[in-house]
Design a protein around this ligand. Sequence first.
Ligand SMILES: [Zn+2]
Length: 122
Amino acid sequence: MTILQTWLIDWHEQLDYRHPRWDGDLQQQCDQVVKRLRILLPWAAERHGAFDEFANELASLKRQAEAATGGEKPPRRVGVSCTCGHTLRVTLDTAGVRCPACSTQYGHSEALQLPLAVRRAA
Ligand SMILES: [Zn+2]
């Protein structure tokens, strides 16, 4: 993220553009940077002396991001209703779950056969 912003600042300086501004939260800033970089990419590919370096850094960033999201992505949790009405959070590969409210123990397939918990509208 910071690396991308640094590159964008660098490109802006070379183009005599104003210093880029970041608005919003991290996700919004990230979107802005990526959008700007995309727009300037053809210019950079042709004119920027360190474009190879940029491409390499981008590739390694991408690998890091993929390793981070692919390797340790938390399994998706679903809420199911125990017969007592308590909502249990289970993953699809859960080995089993024990209801903290009524102490009922569910095995893997039992837990996944419980009705999905309905999210109450506020
Ligand atoms: Zn229960």
